[in-house]
Design a protein around this ligand. Sequence first.
Ligand code: ATP
Ligand code: MG
Length: 257
Amino acid sequence: MMIPRSHPRYRSLMIREKLADGFRRGLVHETGLIAHGRGEAFDYLLGERTLDISLKAEKVATALLLLAENPVISVNGNTVALAGRECVELSKKIPAKIEVNLFHRSEERVRRLAEVLRSFGAEEVLGEDAEERIEGLDHPRGICSRDGIYSADVVLVPLEDGDRCEALIRMGKKVIAIDLNPLSRTSRTATITIVDNVVRAIPNMVRWVDELKREDRERLHELVDGWDNEKYLREVLNRISKRIKSDQVIRLDHEPL
Ligand code: ATP
Ligand code: MG
């Protein structure tokens, strides 16, 4: 479908179109389309832009990735459909491994997603023929790669499920979650949560790498150690409620929604 650029909801509609296209190509699971709906409702409340505090969360998360011994970016269908190219770019810049890891696993979908990532320039994609298990999860949901998530010290998981996030934390890993819902179990469980749309968060992190690569490790540690995830989530909720309470938001000429 052609969406006219002049449409006031152009960007949001384009994102939906990308997902629908990903679904038709067998990359996105049908439940991924529903999960997107929950995400975009929160994005609407945020004003569909990156909050200043979330840009800071992205900076701190990037610092944590740069400090990691074995950082892994875990991607699913929605993430590849919306920000696959940018995930590959981030993985090269950190550098971090990239693993296809699916909630609704099918070998065929893993293969297709890995292929797409390779077409974006990824040299190695983990997740095919995965041989290990995330402890405490049932079989298909727990499958992961030995050199990837299984042995990672830091995992970046855009759009993760709460149960799996908890299991990764129980394994002693540091988890960076990208989740538009500040109330989800994923958001509340992760080491560092980024409440932002994956289409904005990943490119922002790519930009942070360039800036943070000039800093020494001590400064990166300071950034990470000084971050309070709970305080951040509370502040995001404050921002959302303030925005809803403002009488401006109800006016039809109010920007940007
Ligand atoms: P949890 O399992 O963590 O309690 P949930 O069950 O409510 O959360 P899931 O369906 O497991 O949610 O995961 C989908 C999550 O991904 C949702 O919380 C949603 O806000 C988020 N999400 C969807 N699309 C995006 C996106 N484009 N960018 C960032 N987050 C998104
Ligand atoms: Mg869930």
